[in-house]
Design a protein around this ligand. Sequence first.
Ligand SMILES: [Zn+2]
Length: 338
Amino acid sequence: MDPSDLRSLPKVDLHRHLEGAIRLSTIIDLAREHEVTLPGRTPEDLAPHARITRPVSSLEEALAAFGYAQGSFRSYAAVRRIAREAVEDLAADNVRLAELRFSPGFMCAPAGLDWDRAMEEVLTGVAEAREAGNDVAVGLISIFSRDYPETAEATVGFALRWRDHLVGFDIAGPEVDYPPDLYVDLVRPLREAGIHLTTHYGESGPPEYPRRAVELLLTERLGHGLSVSRDPAVTDLVIERGVTLEMCPTSNWLTHGVAAVAEHPVRDLLRRGARATLNTDDPSLFGIDLTHEYEVARDEIGFADDDFRAAVRNSLEASFLPPDVKEDVRARHFAWAR
Ligand SMILES: [Zn+2]
């Protein structure tokens, strides 16, 4: 690999929210089509309102910025466009395997869209981008948002209905006061149906939360899992069970998961044998892409070439996409990570 050119390096992103991956120019176009007024008419003018580029002072501040993205799902055509462009942007960043996740409850709420029809549009948007030559293997994950508790059963039903077109299920949203214990019954039918599980734990919550997500929910991957590094017993548990950590350095800094990017535990976890990975979370919201996260890992976290290789091998192994798809991607793009 050439560490001075991380943009052309083939990459994997396992943790990217569709709702956090909408181009600002698209947010503006969609608002104009639907005659909605935004605080800016150009991406430059909108950015200070719709982007988070310094650590947030409150959750409300982050949610307000996210509201512009959420409000963009105004029609089925908008859903299709957002999905198509998300894949185009992955290809432009040389991401060759990606898992895109979205919460039907969160995404469909503002315009009252039908979840199943929205899912069809997501699938069509992804297919259109791939047919146009964007060489990205894409898996879709449906999310239950903890702050939309009334959608819990419906989201599980959605995942079961669409199981042939989804690669996994996620539990996300505010973490503190929403311990894994609450969701044991919720995930049981998913496990019985063989649906892969990742959960957002250890992002803002104590190590106890990821520990219980592993022990009680049998989560295969943790969204962030930052606090795993704060308790040696939980670090050991995650290593023993082979749980993958979907880490997102810039996101973790902007939401106060770490005081500075340089203090991010991803490199040390990798070197201890944890299955840590590098991801973006919400690239448009933060004004980043995966190349940026790789550069941050190299320049601020101290990644050596072998750390990148280990992280990408972890991502390929932990991806919920079918083995034959992963093998094809590995053979065509990831000789560098062997
Ligand atoms: Zn996330």
